[in-house]
Design a protein around this ligand. Structure first.
Ligand code: FRU
Length: 495
């Protein structure tokens, strides 16, 4: 039986989505059906389709009492909205149904594990969160919350673990059919840690161990962990809050980290061998991964950052998009990301240019558009006399542009959306050090109506930014201080 709160949300989204035209949304990125979206949740395969739930407040374009929105897809690019699946309608989640994951069960049902949040007054008289893990079971459309919720609460925490920050369970199935999950927790030293719990049946869960402690190295609390093995390595994806920048890494405040390592045989703890940001742009947070039927690990993230949410005005009908799903790999101790190959099915109208000299401003016939897949390879015209900066201007008209600039002498790539149509003084620029091994820099730029994702050197790094430029700004130009040679291959992407 669905609650009044859930019925209200379902009715609201059905009515208000009608006010949003097709062009008002991204063409191939999932956006909030109405109102607000943050983290991807329950990214999973179920009944032969991909399901993606999301943190959702349907009634306004800002964060508020969290529901779960829901969409389904066959190719991870074309999404169909389903009715909202969870509302904060019980005594253990009435402040919000926070992030979690989903998995198909042997009996054909889909099991969701999410964080239930309530507010309780502490000894100092201040209201704080109490976070527990809860279960809901459903058929891909309707979900029933488990009668014995919550299934994990403060009794299940290791000593010193906080019940205020205990959230975002990510489940997986082990080879023997049992389930495990990793949950983020604020540990005894007040910074993040990751806890592992196990279950035979998905309903009864037991604490196994603390997999990793932050000890303040990466921000404060950790959010939305994911954990898997790949190419002989153990991989952790994390979204730490309040990070300090370190040289050219971790400039996002609320950032993302990929840790690559192994498990210590005696302690069972994760040992870090390598760390990097998952995304070096502005808008990427809280990613989750799945395994596709053909064994690819695909990651999707919330294409927004908590530090820049205030760029959205209150009159928008939807706020929040997901990134392009990215196939990920671990090679030579680094994370590689590529747009999922299904995107190639959307390509039309190929235009190619080889060895174009850019010195000053240059446009190329038919190289324009707002929904594009464009590869640009950049090299100096004269290796002994490097150009100072090459800039690619996207979504450009007489007033607006979003720029990607490369300075080979410093190996710095910059995205700048200052002139993308935003009227808010939030962060609009991000720089990344690019680790090019050769004299060439290879960029693959995936642009949708309201976003740009730049895959650098075959996915060694990615920079993501949302833009809300008027759609008539369709031009692309190249500009060089000095002389550079470029190859360009551009496709339009159709819906
Ligand atoms: C991450 C996060 C999660 C939490 C959710 C609440 O963006 O803060 O930790 O579950 O958002 O909406």
């Amino acid at each position: 039986m669905s609650s009044q709160l859930l019925r209200d949300a379902r009715q609201h989204e059905e009515i208000f989505e009608k006010n949003i035209g097709k062009e008002d949304r991204p063409a191939f990125h999932l956006s909030s059906r109405v109102g607000w979206m943050n983290d991807p949740n329950g990214f999973s395969r179920y009944n032969g389709e991909y399901h993606l739930f999301y943190q959702y407040y349907p009634y306004a374009p800002h964060w508020d009492s969290m529901h779960w929105g829901h969409a389904v897809s066959r190719d991870l690019l074309h999404w169909e909205y389903l009715p909202a699946s969870l509302a904060p309608d019980t005594k253990y989640d009435n402040f919000g149904c926070f992030s979690g994951s989903a998995i198909e069960m042997p009996d054909g049902k889909q099991l969701i594990m999410y964080t239930g949040v309530v507010k309780e007054m502490n000894k100092e008289g201040i209201y704080t969160d109490v976070q527990t893990q809860c279960i809901a079971v459903g058929d891909g459309i309707n979900y029933e919350k488990y009668e014995n919720n919550p299934v994990l609460d403060e009794k299940d925490l290791p000593e010193g673990g906080s019940r205020v920050d205990f959230r975002d369970p990510k489940m997986w199935r082990n080879e023997d059919g049992t389930l495990s999950c990793v949950v983020a927790n604020r540990a005894y030293d007040h910074t993040g840690s990751l806890l592992i719990f196990n279950s035979e049946n998905g309903f009864d869960w037991k604490y196994e161990k603390t997999l990793a402690f932050n000890h303040g190295k990466y921000g404060s609390m950790w959010e939305c962990p994911d954990y898997f093995e790949m190419n002989g390595k153990h991989v952790l994806l994390l979204s730490p809050q309040d990070m300090y920048p370190v040289d050219m890494e971790y400039h996002n405040g609320n950032g993302t980290v990929c840790l690559i390592g192994h498990i210590d045989d005696t302690t069972g703890e994760f040992v870090e061998e390598y760390n990097q940001a998952i995304d070096y742009g502005i808008d990427f947070y809280a990613p989750q991964t799945i395994l596709t039927e053909d064994g690819r690990r695909v990651m999707i993230g919330w294409m927004q950052n908590w530090d820049t949410c205030s760029m959205h005005s209150e009159d928008r009908a939807w706020v929040g998009q997901m990134s392009i799903p990215r196939e990920i790999d671990i090679q030579n101790g680094r994370l590689l990301q590529k747009p999922i190959r299904e995107l190639e099915n959307l390509r039309t109208d190929c235009v190619t240019y080889q060895n174009v000299k850019v010195s000053g401003v240059q446009t190329l016939e038919k190289v324009n558009g707002r929904c594009i897949d464009m590869e640009v390879t950049i090299r100096p015209e004269d290796k002994e006399n490097l150009f100072r900066e090459l800039t690619i201007n996207l979504a450009q008209d007489d007033k607006f542009k979003t720029s990607i600039s490369y300075r080979p002498q410093e190996a710095i790539l910059k995205i700048d959306r200052k002139f993308s149509g935003s009227t808010k003084a939030v962060i609009h620029q991000r720089r990344a050090k690019v680790y090019s091994q050769s004299e060439e820099l290879k960029l693959r730029i995936i642009m949708d109506r309201y976003s740009v994702e730049i895959f650098v050197n075959d996915g060694e790094q990615v920079m993501t930014a949302t833009i809300y430029t008027r759609l008539s700004a369709q031009n692309i130009s190249f500009q060089c201080d000095g002389a550079a040679m470029i190859d360009v291959t551009k496709y339009d992407l159709t819906e």
